[in-house]
Design a protein around this ligand. Structure first.
Ligand SMILES: *Cc1c(COP(=O)(O)O)cnc(C)c1O
Length: 372
C-alpha cells in the first residue's frame, strides 16, 4: 500500500472543541517558518503577549502562551504554585474540576473538594463553608466555564471570597476566554489558563496563561524547585521576556504561534466585548431553533454558557446514530455527553469562528433532518 498525503474532509466543528478555525488563522499557519530566536519572531512573540493581555483584561507581566494544550496550562498553574502539604479548595461540578483534584494530589498537596451537581454552577455558599472549615486553605481552584456541562460559574464572587480568606485563585478559562465576560485584573484572579482551540478560533495545542503579582510572589517564595522542568515559569519567563535577553528554553511551535497571533489580532479587530455579544446572540438564535424542535437545555438559563449548549437528547432518539448522520451527511460535528451526561446529552458548541449565523442555521436544519 502506498500512503499518500492526508486530506481531511472539511467539517463544521460545533462540539466542545476544537472549534472551527478561521481561514485567516489557517493561512497564517502556512507562512514561512523562521527561527524561534529570529528578531522578527521575537517581536511577534512580544505582540502575542500584548494581545493576550488584552484578551485576559490584565496588565500581568507574566502573561504568555505555553507550548502545549490547555491541560498543560492547568498543570502549569498547579505545579508552579502549589507546594506539598498545602491545602487547596477545589470546586468540582464537571470533568475539568476533577482533573484539578488530580493535579493537586499528584503534587502531594491536599484537595478539599467542594462538589456540585453536573450542570450547576459552583455554589458560593459551599465554598464559603469550605473556607470556614479550612481557614488554612492557600488556594481556591475552579473552572469558570465547565465545558463538560455547559455551566458558567460566578468567577467574580468566587475571587472575592478567596481574597477575603487570604487564598490565591487558580482559574480554568479554557472555554471562557473570548466567549464570555472575563476580567482578570478587575476580578483579582491570581493564576489563569486557557486554550487556543475553543473561543479563540485557533488550532489546538497552545495554552495562554497569566500569573498576577501575588502568584509571582508565591512562586518566588517556594521552598523547593518547581517539580516540572518544562513548565517551570521561572525558566520560561526569561525565554519570553525579550529585550535581547532571550535565551533558548525549548523550540517554540513557530507556526502555531503565528496562528495564535492571527486569531488574537482578529479578536482585537472585532473587539472583546463584541465577541462576547456575538456568542450570546448566536446562542439566542440556536436556543430559539432548538425550542421549536422540542429540545431542552440541561443548564438553568441564568448559568448557561452561550458557547457550549448542553441539551437533553429527546426520548427514544439514538444518540450515536444522530451524531453519525450529522457527521456523514452534513459534515457537522457536535459533541457527545461526557461522564455523568454520556448518552443523555449533546453538547453543541458555538465557539469562536463557529459562533456564526450560518453555523446555527446548518445545525438546526441538520438536526431537524436527522431527528426525522
Ligand atoms: C478543553 C478544556 C481543557 C483542556 O484543554 P486541552 O487543550 O484539551 O488540553 C481544560 N479545561 C476546560 C474547561 C476545557 O474545556
Amino acid at each position: 500500500m502506498t500512503i499518500t498525503s492526508f486530506h481531511p474532509t472539511p467539517r463544521t466543528l460545533m462540539g466542545p472543541g476544537p472549534s472551527d478555525v478561521s481561514p485567516r488563522v489557517l493561512e497564517a499557519l502556512s507562512r514561512p517558518t523562521i527561527g524561534h530566536l529570529d528578531p522578527e519572531f521575537v517581536k511577534m512573540m512580544d505582540e502575542v503577549k500584548s494581545l493576550l493581555k488584552y484578551a485576559f483584561k490584565t496588565e500581568n507581566e507574566l502573561t504568555i502562551a505555553v507550548s502545549a494544550p490547555g491541560s498543560a496550562g492547568m498543570e502549569t498553574c498547579f505545579v508552579n504554585l502549589v507546594e506539598p502539604g498545602e491545602k487547596v479548595i477545589v470546586c468540582v461540578n464537571g470533568v475539568f474540576g476533577g482533573r484539578m483534584v488530580e493535579n493537586v494530589e499528584r503534587l502531594g498537596a491536599t484537595a478539599v473538594v467542594v462538589e456540585d451537581t453536573w450542570g450547576e454552577p459552583v455554589s458560593i455558599d459551599k465554598v464559603n463553608q469550605a473556607f470556614e472549615q479550612h481557614p488554612d486553605a492557600k488556594f481556591l481552584a475552579f473552572v469558570h466555564a465547565e465545558t463538560s456541562t455547559g455551566a458558567l460559574s460566578d468567577a467574580k464572587t468566587l475571587c472575592q471570597l478567596a481574597q477575603a480568606n487570604d487564598a490565591l485563585t487558580i482559574v480554568d478559562a479554557v472555554t471562557s476566554l473570548g466567549g464570555v465576560e472575563l476580567r482578570v485584573d478587575e476580578w483579582g484572579i491570581d493564576a489563569i489558563y486557557s486554550g487556543s482551540q475553543k473561543c479563540l478560533s485557533c488550532v489546538p495545542g497552545i495554552s495562554p496563561v497569566s500569573f498576577g503579582p501575588r502568584a509571582v510572589e508565591k512562586l518566588k517564595q517556594r521552598n523547593g524547585k518547581v517539580p516540572s522542568w518544562f513548565l517551570d515559569q521561572t525558566l520560561v519567563m526569561s525565554y519570553w521576556s525579550g529585550e535581547g535577553k532571550r535565551s533558548y528554553h525549548h523550540t517554540a511551535p513557530v507556526n502555531s504561534l503565528y496562528a495564535l497571533h492571527e486569531s488574537l489580532v482578529m479578536l482585537q479587530q472585532e473587539g472583546l466585548e463584541n465577541a462576547w455579544a456575538r456568542h450570546q446572540a448566536q446562542h439566542e438564535a440556536l436556543k430559539e431553533g432548538l425550542t421549536e424542535l422540542g429540545i431542552e437545555f440541561i443548564v438553568d438559563e441564568a448559568h448557561r454558557l452561550p458557547q457550549l449548549n448542553t441539551v437533553v437528547i429527546p426520548e427514544g432518539v439514538d444518540d450515536a446514530a444522530v451524531r453519525s448522520t450529522l457527521l456523514n451527511e452534513f459534515n457537522l460535528e457536535i459533541g457527545a455527553g461526557l461522564g455523568a451526561l454520556a448518552g443523555k446529552a449533546w453538547r453543541i458548541g458555538l465557539m469562536g469562528y463557529a459562533a456564526r449565523r450560518e453555523n446555527v442555521a446548518l445545525c438546526l436544519a441538520a438536526l431537524k433532518s436527522a431527528l426525522k
